[in-house]
Design a protein around this ligand. Sequence first.
Ligand code: PRP
Ligand code: URA
Length: 212
Amino acid sequence: MDVHVADHPLIAHKLTYLRDKRTDSPTFRRLAEELMTLLAYEATREVRVEPFEIETPVAPTTGIKLSNPKPLIVPILRAGLGMLEGMVRLLPSAEVGFLGMQRNEETLEPVTYANRLPDDLTGRQVFVLDPMLATGGSMADAIRYLIDRGADDIAAVCLLAAPEGVAHLESALSDTGVPVKLVTGTIDERLNEKGYIVPGLGDAGDRLYGTV
Ligand code: PRP
Ligand code: URA
């Protein structure tokens, strides 16, 4: 698995305000979107394109456009929804599918409760969005599900990752033979005994949607 940790002062600056417990939900939502747009630049570095001919006012030239089938963006509900707008801003012609997953807070095992994806993902390049990679269980299950349906190139984008989650993703997907790239804003210190990222930012879904 290719792991890319974004190293940019604007990303570090925005992550700091995202983490701050005094940041309110509207600001948190705006920051999550902005961070996604910055991370999208790296996540889409190998987006599939093909050449096509145009004419400028001066001369014919060869440009590029997104290849067909278009990439699929899959936010993992609920918290991944907070990253969707930041991604489609850069890839407006991409298709969007949804996976609803919730971690059982006792066992830390993910449960899938919703799925609106095309049945056949053969040959599709997929961008999976979830702000938090904690144990890595939710992201690993989501990616395996997409690969089982035919996706053949995956970029997972998160805002914060725990080292334990990165290691789990690496080992859980090592037998798939499909290229997986992880793009993250940062890798934090560790998980605590409740499976929360330390220092982290708390519960991303609750902070995005103002749940108390
Ligand atoms: C959070 C987060 C990830 C998951 C990460 O979602 O958005 O999906 O936890 O944990 P893991 O790496 O240990 O699997 P949560 O289950 O809280 O659901 P929500 O998005 O509805 O708040
Ligand atoms: N899910 C979150 O929202 N935050 C964490 O720190 C871990 C899982």
